[in-house]
Design a protein around this ligand. Structure first.
Ligand SMILES: Nc1ncnc2c1ncn2[C@@H]1O[C@H](COP(=O)(O)OP(=O)(O)OP(=O)(O)O)[C@@H](O)[C@H]1O
Ligand SMILES: [Mg+2]
Length: 360
């Protein structure tokens, strides 16, 4: 992601800083003098950090859900799909359309998770102020960038579904090593981008229990959320989900925080609660905005339940040592990918500021 503010032309890389040790990199990170990722572009092998064998399909049999016809998935007022990426995106890998997945209807043991309630208005002006995607806004560079990121994630989700990963295929965790690296910013933009898809919908889950910020970012009212549903066996998590006036976008608040968040999250109830979120809704993508992986345990816990993790790497901020540690903590997830956030425009003309890592 490019940094969507006024940006000075970045300084030229210092030739003498090549071959800098990890310790030196971390010192630079601490002093804020160097941009590890921008300086290292071209000689830093992201793939080697996250290389791991192809995920093995879980033993559990694939869950099959009834699929709604496309018209039934979206209110008639849904906006027309935005045009395909323009020149800004052309420099990046070509987006591939997620193949349509035939889903056989079978009798479900439990009723589908239908989210009820009034459509809460999302504060468009506040979205604009925060530099986020505005659903009815013009096609911006930010929109284009997230289209490309989204497409990669949806293709991977379709692959996972084919590999019979079940509900995990529909879940994406957004994390990063430290605070302030752009997890919430990227999770929000990704959710807003997926909501515009014709054949997908998105549930954005605030899993930063200690410092929730999704509701305030969208201008939504508070209410019970994920942690409440984990604590209270009687509470159906589907009843905590907020509908928004953005077609295809739902939000699950973090809920009440406790001093035992981690224990609740690691309990056996978590799997059942998360399964409920996609019950009967194979077209739904669930995005978790998490706290920093190196500062709190929820990200590592949630990594066990998701098919993909997007680790945000903030240019000028995230250090190699921290990134290694975070990826290792998130190791339960079979697909960890990197997103370079807040990269500055390159004077070489390469506009696309994100680097996307893949398994080797
Ligand atoms: N690419 C970007 N362009 C412009 N602003 C950005 C970008 N990425 C992040 N920001 C801004 O940086 C600040 C920190 O981002 P954000 O809150 O998303 O970080 P975070 O990783 O979720 O932090 P925390 O761990 O504390 O929750 C926010 O004000 C956000 O709007
Ligand atoms: Mg955050």
């Amino acid at each position: 992601m490019t940094d969507h503010r006024k940006i000075p032309v970045p300084p030229q890389p210092d030739a003498e800083s090549g071959g800098q040790s990890d310790a030196a990199s971390d010192r630079a990170e601490a002093t804020g003098r160097e941009s590890l990722f921008e300086r290292a572009a071209g000689r830093f092998d992201f793939n080697s950090i996250i290389a791991k064998p192809l995920p093995v399909a879980p033993e559990a049999p694939a869950r099959r859900f009834p699929v709604k016809p496309p018209e039934a998935q979206r209110p008639a007022s849904a906006p027309a799909p935005a045009p395909e990426p323009g020149p800004a995106a052309a420099a990046a890998p070509a987006p591939v359309a997620a193949p349509a997945e035939p889903v056989e209807p079978v009798a479900a043991a439990e009723p589908p998770a239908v989210f009820h309630g009034e459509a809460h208005p999302v504060d468009r002006e506040h979205l604009r102020e925060q530099g986020l995607i505005v659903p009815e806004g013009t096609v911006t560079e930010l929109l284009e960038e997230f289209r490309i990121v989204k497409r990669q994630l949806l293709v991977q989700a379709a692959d996972l579904r084919r590999q019979k990963a079940g509900a995990m295929a529909q879940r994406i965790l957004v994390s990063s090593p430290h605070p302030g690296e752009g997890k919430t910013y990227c999770a929000l933009n990704l959710a807003l981008s997926i909501a515009a898809e014709k054949e997908s919908e998105v549930l954005l889950v605030d899993a930063d229990f200690a410092k929730p910020s999704i509701l305030s970012a969208l201008g939504l009212p508070g209410g019970p959320g994920l942690m409440d549903a984990l604590m209270d066996e009687e509470l159906d998590v589907a009843d905590c989900v907020l509908r928004t006036d953005i077609p295809g976008l739902w939000v699950l608040p973090a809920g009440d925080t406790t001093s035992h968040d981690s224990e609740y999250l690691s309990s056996s109830r978590t799997g059942r609660v998360l399964d409920r979120l996609t019950q009967g809704a194979p077209q739904r993508i669930v995005i978790f905005d998490s706290p920093p992986a190196l500062a709190a345990s929820p990200a590592a816990e949630l990594a066990k339940y998701v098919g993909q993790t997007m680790v945000i790497v903030r240019a000028d901020k995230t250090g190699r040592g921290s990134l290694d540690d975070a990826i290792s903590l998130l190791g339960a997830c079979p697909n960890v990918q990197l997103l370079l956030n807040a990269a500055q425009f390159s004077p070489s003309g390469r506009r696309f500021g994100s680097y996307y890592g893949y398994r080797g």
